[in-house]
Structures are given as structure tokens and as C-alpha cells.
Design a protein around this ligand. Sequence first.
Ligand code: SF4
Ligand code: SF4
Length: 259
Amino acid sequence: MPIHEQSLIRPEDLRTHEKLVVDGVDVSGHWSTFIQTRVVTDYNERLQEEIAALPGGEYIHRCWQCGSCTNACTVNAVNPDFNPRFWIYLVRMGMESELLRDKDIIWQCVSCNKCTYACPRDVFPEGVMKALSHWLELKGHTPKSPAMIFDETFAAQVIARGRIEEGRLIKGFFARTGQSLRQDWLVEMLRRMLRHLPLGLLGRLGLSSVRAPRTRGWGAAREALTEYVQEQRAQQRRALGLSALIAAARHDASGTAGD
Ligand code: SF4
Ligand code: SF4
């Protein structure tokens, strides 16, 4: 399938002769610009299957490369290098090393879902972007993003206790991302809460944050959720051919979480 966008030709792949005369015709400068030929030998023939095995990537095979997602994309409007259509193309072609050249911008998707509504094939490009980010992390190409760490902390607390306690959630997230609790915005928010919230509510919030209550009768739900997460992890591990996820699945199963 051809690539139509000139912006996709990377500057380092362009060659220009400053002085070149061919058959007596001066083609110096941009007249002699051409794209460096290359041979791709490192296809990952399972790349589409790997992305399809992750949540959000299931329908990537439906893409017919119309470009409506990129055309509608919020991030592409400010950064033309952010190109969902192109990345879906690379995945379907198995061009992993080419995809990795953009690993530092793929995660910039803001999940606005404009692409999802524009897509005529129900590919759910927003989901594909999530699956791509997840894949980059699982394969060790990028560190876990703060958003992923927040999701994990949130899910772990829900699974462990059947409810969310915001103070513990923020504390857990900050601890995992190495952030101080003494941040100006947080201090200001607490100040305003103390000033404006009724004393009874403040007392209940404080007590919850110390006691970390559980939802009554949550045990069965916790077991079911834990089992489901383990199954999903195992499926992803198989699809990606990874062993590192086994440890992660065991870690989740050991009921760590929550605080
Ligand atoms: S969800 Fe992501 S990929 Fe889709 S339009 Fe929004 S920023 Fe672009
Ligand atoms: S809008 Fe849908 S079909 Fe068109 S390129 Fe994007 S993902 Fe593929």
C-alpha cells in the first residue's frame, strides 16, 4: 500500500546533490532530491496479532487506510508527526522498527475519540493508540507512563477494597511516581477544602483516609476480578511471547494493592 504523505518521509532519508549535472542538464540542489533506497529485513509478522491481543487493538484489521482518523485528530492538528493512520499501516505491515522511531510521541494521544467517530470501519483508532502505548510498555520500549501508573493504582485499590479513597489513591500514585505530596496545587486544594467543607464531611473524609474501609461482602467480587485480570494478563503474555508478565500477574494476584 503506498504512503501518500510527503511529511512521512524522514529528513534523514532524503539525499540531495549540491552539484549534479546529468546529460548536460544541471540538476543541482532540490532538483536532484531522492529518497534513500532501503531494504526492510526485520518484519515482525505477528505485530498485528500482538496489538490485536491488547485491549483496544481488537479491530485494527478492519482499517482500509482512508486517513479520516488522522484528519480528525486533535494532536495531529498541532503535531503533524502524530499520525494514527500511518502507525496502523506500520502495524499491519509488521514494520516494528519503523514504528519504534515514533515511540516517544505515540503515547501523546489525548483520548478525545474524534478519530473513533470519524472512522468508517469501526476500527476504534483511539483504542489502537492505547493498545500501542501498552504494547510499547510491555515490550520494554518505553517506561510506564504516569497515566498507566495511575490506572494501575486506581484498579488495584478498587479490586482490593471495592471502593476508592481519594487520599490514599493520590498518596499511592505520588509514591509510585516519586512525587512529593507538598505540591502547591495540592496544598491549595486542601486549604480550600478546610475553609469551605462542612466539619462533619471533613471528619468522615479524614477517617476514611486512615481506616481505608472496604465494601461489605466484597470478597467474592475481588476473587472474580483478580481471576479475570490474571486471565487477561496470561492471554497478553502469550500473544506477545513475554515471560515478564507472569511476574506482573502474580504480583496482582497476591492482592497487593490498594494502599
Ligand atoms: S483519540 Fe487520540 S488519536 Fe484519536 S483523535 Fe483524539 S488524540 Fe487523535
Ligand atoms: S479512519 Fe479508520 S479506516 Fe480510516 S485510516 Fe483511520 S482507522 Fe483506518
